[in-house]
Write a protein that binds this ligand. Structure first.
Ligand SMILES: [Ca+2]
Ligand SMILES: [Ca+2]
Length: 707
């Protein structure tokens, strides 16, 4: 430990007058240290690991950058290269080229590697993930065509030309499993000869859809060819007037399923727009499946059933019978986290005694929805019981006339969330149809959440209902975690398994409470399909894959949002109580020179109280949090920033006991390569653009020297 000589220059003191008293106290301007002592080799001063974040291009091309990473830091986190969006390609295959290269370089430089990040809602290959969910389940995407996956044969499709225009080419259905991407059918096209630039000589039309002027539609489909070198293009003739009517040739279609997509902007309304598949350029045999035509900017359709997740309290719900019909059973809202599947509320039904085959004696009604005669509806919900052996059934009385009004008893409801599905077909229009939960058969306490009612026809697509989609999403998550962790087992000894699960208000993050920035295409919300359990499952899969790895949950703004901090800690406790292996919590700390110190202290104190490992996972300190365009990094702002770095490290050491200190990672090397650089408006790191050490470097050193 060394004593630091403290000074206050007149220059700095005069600048203090610009700020309020409160701010002076909070930021410690009157108590600033000397940051001039900045010897290289930062890591030698720390008795816990200190890391930095690195990016592919500077780490592989700039010597100073790579040398600083190796000489100042014990370990590295990759800013992007281990994220889902970096590794997963559009067809779902995994590309580890860059991640492998960085892992090898880091190891050669004697650096440890922190794995970041397995399950997040950003920086993902959402294009691929959305293909798993399109047309079913909770997806926001509405497929505008019927029979997109050829599951109803060629219904709606038309064979226009089979060579010149009629000839020896063939456009037909296939049910051969190896030629089908999903479901049981696909389109098979045998192009008998090359028609070159007259590729329209082998042509099929999609089913028609209602296209509106000014709207840009995305058309995507999956294709493979019997031999390499196939070619296809889409076009939007002959019906419909669009600004760009021909897609460029999609050459090099090979023998693996690949997704092709095209955007067209309509210049007129075309109620019967069709899309042409022009397949005559290269002789080959083609297989096509899972066509999707949608308006990416269309708002999601409102759910048929409002408030099916009870997030609006009991609005629309009715407790009809509470035992014989009134008695000591109860039907109420719960917000206890372990009784809720997603969001913050669920329905809790206490059944006080067995009513046997009079299960209607304990009965709740859903809110009403508009049901149409002749339509089939899929109803699904999630349920668990306090004790094994629970039972529930749905029915569609008393309003509404349906063919099959009673579901069979769903016995064996246990402690784990289970999804139950029921299908009804209406034989009359019922604008105020309700669904009844008849739950009096067996005494127990039941929890019900995420009730969804879907028009079965609209669910279309690959033929999946909710359950099929959730299974696909679950498998995609498990497959990703398992493959990535297995590949780097022994090299990556700690992982961010779940990143940013909470909103600022402390709710579990979903698509419903998170704003997706305009134009962003890398967002995917696992919780939308897997509910509250998505994080629990992620930790389960991670622990099964590498039992020796340390598993973290990672979150930002814990120093500024107490609701978020408390919810995250409660969420971790809930999952650990259920048996999840969670070894630690990462607090990102993307903070500013004037972030409130009390919030920083409180976050470390509460995180330490969990008894888990605590790491500062992504530390950087903005000097221009308002992003003023004319901001200049003056010596006084450099000093404020250094003071904050010093304070954070001191507070971490003060509040987190040594055995729980997993370490500190600074989020980058030099200012100009930071994600916060913002064209030169901010300077959040320890090194200048020319790799000279800033006062912030001295601040970090002061922080540890004062232990
Ligand atoms: Ca199909
Ligand atoms: Ca809910």
């Amino acid at each position: 430990m060394r004593t630091t000589y403290r000074i206050i220059s007149l220059f700095l003191l005069s600048s203090v007058l610009l700020f309020s008293c409160k701010r002076e106290l909070e930021t410690g301007i009157l108590n600033r240290g000397n940051f001039d002592n900045r010897p290289p080799g930062l890591k030698s001063e720390f008795d816990f690991p200190i890391g930095t974040a690195i990016s592919y291009t500077p780490f592989t091309t700039i010597n100073e950058y790579a040398n600083i990473a190796a000489s100042d830091f014990d370990l590295v986190t990759f800013e992007y290269e281990m994220k889902h969006g970096a590794i997963v390609r559009n067809n779902g295959s995994l590309d580890f080229t860059r991640a492998d290269q960085l892992v090898n370089l880091a190891e050669a430089g004697g650096l440890g590697i922190f794995g970041h990040t397995l399950v997040w809602h950003q920086n993902q290959n959402a294009e691929y993930l959305n293909t798993l969910t399109a047309g079913g389940g909770g997806s926001n995407i509405v497929n505008l065509i019927e029979n997109p996956g050829f599951e109803n044969g060629l219904t709606g499709w038309s064979v226009v030309n089979t060579g010149n225009p009629a000839g020896a080419s063939k456009i037909e259905l296939t049910t051969t499993a190896s030629q089908v991407r999903s479901g049981t059918s696909a389109l098979r096209v045998i192009t008998d000869q090359s028609y070159g630039t007259s590729q329209w000589r082998v042509q099929a039309h999609s089913p028609a859809f209602n296209a509106r002027a000014g709207v840009t539609y995305t058309i995507s489909f999956w294709i493979k060819a019997a031999t390499a070198g196939g070619s296809i293009r889409l076009s939007a003739t002959p019906t419909g007037t669009v600004s760009n009517a021909y897609q460029g040739d999609q050459d090099n279609i090979g023998t693996d399923w690949t997704q092709v997509s095209w955007n067209i902007t309509m210049t007129s309304n075309e109620p019967n727009q069709r899309i042409s598949f022009d397949m005559g350029k290269a002789a080959n045999t083609y297989f096509i499946d899972d066509v999707l035509i949608f308006d990416p900017n269309a708002p999601p359709p409102p759910p048929l059933l409002a408030n099916g997740g009870l997030e609006g309290g009991l609005t629309g719900w009715a407790a009809v019978n509470t035992g014989n019909p009134a008695g000591s059973s109860s039907i109420a809202l719960t917000n206890a986290p372990n009784q809720v599947r997603s969001g913050t509320n669920a329905l809790r039904i206490l059944v006080d005694q067995n009513y046997g085959t009079s299960q209607w004696r304990v009965q709740a009604h859903t809110p009403t929805f508009a049901a149409e005669a002749g339509k089939t509806y899929n109803i699904s919900f999630w349920i668990k019981a306090a004790n094994a052996g629970g039972s529930v059934r749905l029915s569609a009385s008393p309003t509404g006339a349906v063919v099959n009004a009673y579901q069979g008893d769903q016995d064996g409801i246990g402690n784990d969330w289970t999804q139950i599905n029921w299908t009804i077909t209406m034989n009359a229009n019922e604008p105020n149809q309700r669904i009844s939960f008849d739950i009096g058969k067996v005494a127990n306490t039941y929890y019900i959440d995420d009730v969804v009612i879907q028009d079965a026809a609209a669910a279309g697509g690959g033929g999946g209902g909710n359950e099929a989609v959730e299974q696909k999403v679950d498998e995609a998550m498990k497959n990703y975690i398992t493959t990535v962790m297995t590949r780097y087992k022994g090299k990556v000894k700690a992982w961010d398994v779940v990143n940013e699960p909470m909103t600022e208000a402390g709710a579990l993050r979903t698509d419903a409470n998170t704003t997706v920035p305009q134009g962003a295409t890398d967002f995917f919300f696992w919780s939308k399909y897997l509910g509250r359990d998505y994080a629990f499952k992620a930790f389960q899969y991670a622990a099964e894959t590498d039992p020796d790895a340390l598993l973290f949950i990672n979150e930002f703004n814990l120093e500024t949002s107490r609701a978020k901090l408390d919810s995250l800690i409660a969420f971790v406790k809930e999952m650990r109580d259920r048996g999840a292996k969670i070894d630690g919590i990462g607090t990102q700390m993307h903070i500013s020179w004037n972030t409130t110190r009390a919030g920083i202290d409180e976050a470390f104190r509460k995180l330490a109280e969990t008894g888990l490992q605590v790491r500062i996972s992504e530390l950087d300190v903005r000097v221009n949090p308002g992003a003023k365009p004319d901001f200049v990094l003056t010596p006084q702002f450099e000093a404020y920033q250094a003071t904050m770095y010093e304070y954070v490290i001191q507070s971490y050491i003060k509040h987190v006991p040594p055995a729980q200190r997993h370490g500190i990672t600074i989020w980058g090397v030099s200012d100009n390569l930071s994600w916060l650089f913002n064209d030169g408006r901010d300077f959040p790191l320890l090194y200048n653009a020319d790799f000279t050490r800033k006062a912030a470097y001295g601040g970090v050193l002061n922080g540890t020297r004062q232990q």
